[in-house]
Design a protein around this ligand. Structure first.
Ligand code: ADP
Length: 447
C-alpha cells in the first residue's frame, strides 16, 4: 500500500481524498496555488507545497510543478480528484514515467473513453446502446448531410467536450449552420481539439449514470445508478440514487449490461457511464474516467467508500467482492451549493462571515468552507455538497428540507434558496422530471 499520496486538487474534493487517506493510514501532500494558502485542504494535509500563482493554468493545471512537488515530498501516488488534470491522459502518463502511481485508469483507457467519438465506438462494440450519431464533421455541408441522415433535432458536440461546453442543438438547416460554427468555436476556445460531431437530440430524457469499479484482474462491479436530471445549462444541480424512474428489474438489466461492457473494454479503477434515458430506453452519452462530484450518494446507498476503493485498486489490490456481495439500501440526495446569485447564477466569491453546517442522522456535508474563509474568485463556485440519506425517498426528502433550513452561510449569496424551491415542487416530490424541467421551471417563474 502507498505510504504517501499527493492530492492534485483543491476544495472539497481535496479534503475528501485526504479523509480517505487518513482512514487508511496514508500520509497526504496538499498542493496549492498562492490564492489557496489558507485553504482547509492545506491545513489538514501532512505536508503542503505551493505550486504557483492563482490562475489554474499556472498551478492546478501545471503538470510539471505538481510532479516536482510529488518527487520532492517523496509521494508514491497522485490522486487527481475531478476537474483540473483528472482526465488528462498526458498527465497520467507523465506521472507514471516518473515512477509515481496515477490513481485512476491507464492513460490509454483515458484516451479511448475520454474522447466522445472513440468512446461511442468502444461503447457500441461493447454492446451499449447509443443515440444515432455522426463521425467527426468536416464542414457545415457535411453537418447538414448528417443531420438529414439522423433527422432533426440534433445536438452538435465537441469530441473533447466537458462541463456542458461546446454543445449546440439544431432543429433545422438554418440552425445547423450556426450550431456547427458556434460549437466549433467554443471547442477551440476550451478544449485541446475543435473536432465536433453530432447526435440525435432527445427531447425529454432523464440523465441516469452508472458507477463502476474495476480492479486490475478483470473483476468489475457496478454500484447502481444516479439520477442527475435536475440540471441547469447541462450542469448538474441535484442528484439522487436510486432513480425514481427505474424499477429493480431495469436496474439489474442496465447494471449487468454496463458491467459486461466494462469487462470487455478492460477498464480499470472507478468510472461512470452516463446515459440518457427516455421511454424506457438507455442511450450511452459518455464515460467519465474519474471520481465524480456526486459520488457520495452512491456511497450512502451502497456503503462503499469509492475513494478508498480507487486507492486500493491503484495499489494493485483485488476488489475482493463480487456483484452479489453488493446491496443497496435506502435513498440518498445531493444538493450542490454554489456561491452564486440564486436567480442569475453569477458567481459571488467573497468572505464567508458565518458558517454552520447541518448535522444529525443521515446528513453529510462535504465542504472546504469555514467561518472567516474568503472564497477566491479564480475557481469553481461550488462551496458545499449536502448529502442526505433516509430509508425511503420520502424520508430523505423530509430530511433534506430540514437540513437546508438548518444550513447557515452568511457573507456570500448562495443557491440554498434555489434548492429549497426545487424540492418543494410537486414534480420533484413525485420524481417526475427530466433534464429540461429545471430550466423550464425557471423560465416560467422568473421574478
Ligand atoms: P459534458 O461532457 O459537457 O458534460 P455530456 O455529453 O455528458 O456533456 O452531456 C451533458 C448534458 O447535455 C446531458 O446530461 C444532457 O442534459 C445534455 N445532452 C447531451 N447529449 C444530449 C442528447 N443527445 N440529447 C439531449 N440532451 C443531451
Amino acid at each position: 500500500m502507498f505510504q504517501k499520496i499527493l492530492i492534485a486538487n483543491r476544495g472539497e474534493v481535496a479534503l475528501r481524498i485526504h479523509r480517505a487517506c487518513r482512514e487508511m493510514g496514508i500520509r497526504t501532500v496538499a498542493v496549492h496555488s498562492e490564492a489557496d494558502a489558507n485553504a482547509m485542504h492545506v491545513r489538514l494535509a501532512d505536508e503542503a507545497v505551493c505550486i504557483g500563482p492563482a490562475r489554474s493554468t499556472d498551478s492546478y493545471l501545471n503538470k510539471s510543478a505538481i510532479i516536482s512537488a510529488a518527487l520532492i515530498t517523496g509521494a508514491d501516488a497522485i490522486h487527481p480528484g475531478y476537474g483540473f488534470l483528472s482526465e488528462n491522459a498526458d498527465f497520467a502518463e507523465m506521472v507514471e514515467e516518473h515512477g509515481i502511481t496515477f490513481i485512476g485508469p491507464t492513460a490509454e483507457q483515458m484516451r479511448l473513453m475520454g474522447d466522445k467519438i472513440t468512446a461511442r465506438q468502444a461503447a457500441i462494440k461493447a454492446g451499449l446502446p447509443v443515440t444515432p450519431g455522426s463521425p467527426a464533421l468536416e464542414s457545415v455541408e457535411h453537418a447538414i448531410e448528417w443531420a438529414h441522415k439522423i433527422g432533426y433535432p440534433v445536438i452538435v458536440k465537441a469530441k473533447d467536450g466537458g462541463g456542458g461546453k461546446g454543445m449546440k442543438t439544431a432543429f433545422n438547416d438554418e440552425e445547423m449552420r450556426e450550431a456547427f460554427t458556434m460549437a466549433k468555436a467554443e471547442a477551440k476556445a476550451s478544449f485541446p481539439s475543435d473536432v465536433v460531431y453530432m447526435e440525435k437530440y432527445l427531447q425529454k430524457p432523464r440523465h441516469i449514470e452508472m458507477q463502476v469499479l474495476a480492479d486490475k484482474y478483470g473483476h468489475v462491479v457496478h454500484l447502481g445508478e444516479r439520477d442527475c436530471s435536475i440540471q441547469r445549462k447541462n450542469q448538474k444541480v441535484i442528484e439522487e440514487s436510486p432513480s425514481p424512474a427505474l424499477n429493480a428489474q431495469q436496474r439489474k438489466e442496465i447494471g449487468e449490461t454496463v458491467r459486461k461492457a466494462i469487462e470487455q473494454i478492460g477498464y480499470t479503477n472507478a468510472g461512470t457511464l452516463e446515459f440518457l434515458y427516455e421511454d424506457g430506453k438507455f442511450y450511452f452519452l459518455e464515460m467519465n474516467t474519474r471520481l465524480q462530484v456526486e459520488h457520495p450518494i452512491t456511497e450512502a446507498v451502497s456503503g462503499i467508500d469509492i475513494v478508498r476503493e480507487q486507492i486500493r485498486i491503484a495499489s494493485g489490490a483485488e476488489l475482493g467482492y463480487t456483484q452479489d456481495d453488493i446491496t443497496f439500501s435506502g435513498h440518498a440526495i445531493e444538493c450542490r451549493i454554489n456561491a452564486e446569485n440564486p436567480e442569475t447564477f453569477t458567481p459571488c466569491p467573497g468572505k464567508v462571515t458565518e458558517w454552520h453546517a447541518p448535522g444529525g442522522l443521515g446528513i453529510r456535508v462535504d465542504s472546504e468552507i469555514y467561518s472567516g474563509y474568503s472564497i477566491p474568485p479564480f475557481y469553481d463556485s461550488m462551496i458545499a455538497k449536502l448529502i442526505v440519506s433516509g430509508k425511503t425517498r420520502n424520508a430523505a426528502l423530509m430530511r433534506l428540507r430540514r437540513a437546508l433550513e438548518e444550513f447557515v452561510i452568511e457573507g456570500v449569496p448562495n443557491t440554498i434558496p434555489l434548492h429549497q424551491e426545487i424540492i418543494s415542487q410537486a414534480e420533484f416530490i413525485d420524481g417526475q422530471y427530466n433534464i429540461h424541467w429545471l430550466e423550464n421551471y425557471m423560465k416560467n417563474h422568473q421574478k
